[in-house]
Write a new protein. Structure first.
Length: 134
């Protein structure tokens, strides 16, 4: 197929044409570099790209920068958490927990400092204190 033969940069340059000629949007996403996915986020999602595939292609800082957009377009919150850097998780605790992120998954990605700083918050939201806790 045309998409599979094109270099990533040519796919990015020709998004409109490829989509208007019926190229599968998820195949397009899989060919793009992370920065091209971030740059074309609206276009890709508005043309039906699988939001979780889009999240998986993004760099952590682009996930953090686009949290609202990604969640509002149905991205799986646990997939989002798995892509974020610990510092971005710590900055966005309220957002992530209010959208259903698993607290223990959050804790497993945080640095010790951020766990200590947010201990009350994390335990209030159900974080396990002990490995033996059920």
């Amino acid at each position: 197929s045309v998409v599979s033969k094109l270099e990533s940069s040519y796919v990015a340059e020709n998004l409109d044409s490829l989509v208007s000629h019926g190229a599968n949007i998820d195949n397009i996403v899989s060919k793009l570099k992370p920065y091209d996915v971030a740059k074309n986020l609206d276009f890709l999602v508005n043309n039906g790209a699988d939001i979780d595939s889009v999240v998986s292609k993004l760099e952590p800082y682009d996930v953090a920068k686009n949290l609202d957009f990604l969640v509002n377009n149905g991205a799986n919150i646990d997939n989002i958490v798995s892509k974020l850097e610990p510092s971005d998780i710590a900055k966005n605790l309220d957002f992530l927990t209010s959208h259903g992120a698993k607290v223990d998954d959050i804790v497993s990605k945080l640095y010790s400092y951020d766990i200590a700083k947010n201990l009350d918050y994390l335990t209030r939201h159900g974080a396990k204190i002990d490995d033996n806790q059920n």
